[in-house]
Design a protein around this ligand. Structure first.
Ligand code: THU
Length: 161
């Protein structure tokens, strides 16, 4: 028997203003993307902005449904669009921001488990790390890649016999 440990590291900024310019502008894209949210049930408007390796930014927002599990998170919406329309490009960063009552949440909002799976597989598909920027009014968390969000994720290799 072996005991194994996995550790992750991330940066914590005191707010959006402290971010480097490129990260701040991706966060601003994510905040704008939240305007496209359809969230009549939760009233939690989430926006995601994915930066591709040629500089293009793909936006997504959460889209809810009366049949609750049918809805889509902002990250999944953005990622699905990006893969479906630009699969030859590599995602290099994603910013996520959530608004309640039109205001950015105080604390950063981390992606749910399903979205983490999706983001990790995209990183593996392209072979390129996707930086994660989680923005809140009182703090911004930055991780160097999506895999750090879920160290023991299910992957394609688990399907192999
Ligand atoms: N949601 C996202 O879009 N992304 C997240 O990272 C967390 C949750 C959405 C799903 C649902 O529409 C609403 O926020 C409340 O959970």
């Amino acid at each position: 028997m072996k005991k194994r440990e996995v550790s992750i590291s991330f940066l914590e900024y005191s707010g959006i203003d402290e971010l480097p310019d490129a990260d701040r502008s991706l966060v601003e894209e994510a905040i704008s993307a939240a305007a496209g949210s359809y969230a009549p049930y939760s009233h939690f408007n989430v926006g995601a902005a994915i930066l591709l390796d040629d500089g293009m930014v793909v936006r997504g927002a959460n889209v809810e449904n009366a049949a609750f599990p049918s809805g889509s998170c902002a990250e999944k919406t953005a990622l699905s669009y990006s893969v479906a329309n630009h699969h030859e490009k590599k995602a290099v960063a994603i910013a996520i921001a959530a608004l309640t009552g039109g205001e950015l949440t105080d604390q950063p909002v981390p992606p749910c488990g399903n979205c983490r799976q999706m983001l990790i597989e995209e990183e593996q598909r392209t072979g390129h790390p996707m930086k994660v920027i989680l923005a809140g009014k009182s703090g911004v968390t930055v991780l160097a890649n999506c895999q750090s969000l879920m160290p023991l994720s299910f992957t394609r290799s688990n399907l192999a016999k």
